[in-house]
Design a binder for this molecule. Structure first.
Ligand code: IMP
Ligand code: MG
Length: 185
C-alpha cells in the first residue's frame, strides 16, 4: 500500500460549499417524497459506517420529517484503494427494521458490491421499503447493478477522500471531497 500523501498534495474535487448545498437539496427532495403520516413509524435511516457518518449527520438535519437512525458497520477494502470483493459486518443494526421504511445512507457506490450485499442482508428482515441515498456515485466501475433513489454527485473513476471518506483511515475530517493523486512526490 502506498503511504497516505500529505494533505497539501490532495486536489479538491468538490468544495465544501457545494457539498453542503447538495446535501440540503437531497434533504428537501427526501422530505417531499417520503411523507410520514401521523401515528406512522418514522422514516428509518441506516447509515453505513464508517464512511457515511458525516453525510448522515448533515442529511438527517436537512430532512424535515419524523426520522430515526441506526448504524450498520461494514468493511470491504482493508487499507487499499481496490475492493477485495469481500464484505463483512463489523456492527449489526440495533433496531428491528421489519415493516419499516428504510433509507440506506451510503458515502459512495463504486462497484456496487457493498451496497448489494447490504440490501440482500436487510431484505431478510422484511422492511416495508428499502431505498438508497448515496452522496457519491462512480458508475464507471459498477459490477453489480443497484438502484439508487438519490445521488449527490456522479464522479469519475478517481479515489476520493474527505467528508467521511478515508484512505487508510485518514482524511475523514476534511470538509471538501478531494482526489488522491495517482502518484505523489
Ligand atoms: P463498492 O463495494 O466497490 O461499491 O465500494 C463501496 C465502499 O468502498 C464504499 O462504501 C467506500 O467505503 C469504499 N470506497 C469506494 N470508492 C472509494 C473512494 O473513492 N474513496 C474512499 N472509499 C471508497
Ligand atoms: Mg461505505
Amino acid at each position: 500500500m502506498d503511504p497516505a500523501p500529505d494533505r497539501k498534495h490532495l486536489k479538491t474535487l468538490i468544495p465544501a460549499a457545494k457539498v453542503q448545498a447538495r446535501v440540503a437539496e437531497l434533504g428537501k427532495q427526501i422530505t417531499a417524497d417520503c411523507s410520514v403520516a401521523a401515528g406512522e413509524q418514522p422514516l428509518h435511516l441506516v447509515s453505513v459506517l464508517k464512511g457515511s457518518f458525516v453525510f448522515a449527520a448533515d442529511l438527517i438535519r436537512a430532512i424535515d420529517l419524523d426520522v430515526s437512525i441506526d448504524f450498520l458497520g461494514t468493511q470491504s477494502y482493508g487499507a487499499s484503494t481496490e475492493s477485495s470483493g469481500e464484505i463483512r459486518a463489523t456492527k449489526h443494526l440495533d433496531q428491528d427494521i421489519a415493516d419499516r421504511d428504510v433509507l440506506l445512507v451510503e458515502d459512495i457506490v463504486d462497484t456496487g458490491i457493498t451496497v448489494e450485499w447490504i440490501c440482500t442482508h436487510l431484505q431478510r428482515q422484511r422492511p416495508r421499503s428499502c431505498r438508497i441515498v448515496t452522496l457519491l456515485d462512480k458508475p464507471s466501475r459498477r459490477v453489480k447493478p443497484v438502484e439508487l433513489a438519490y445521488v449527490g454527485f456522479e464522479i469519475p473513476d478517481k479515489f476520493v477522500v474527505g467528508y467521511g471518506l478515508d484512505y487508510a483511515q485518514r482524511y475523514r475530517n476534511l470538509p471538501d471531497i478531494c482526489e488522491i493523486p495517482e502518484s505523489t512526490p
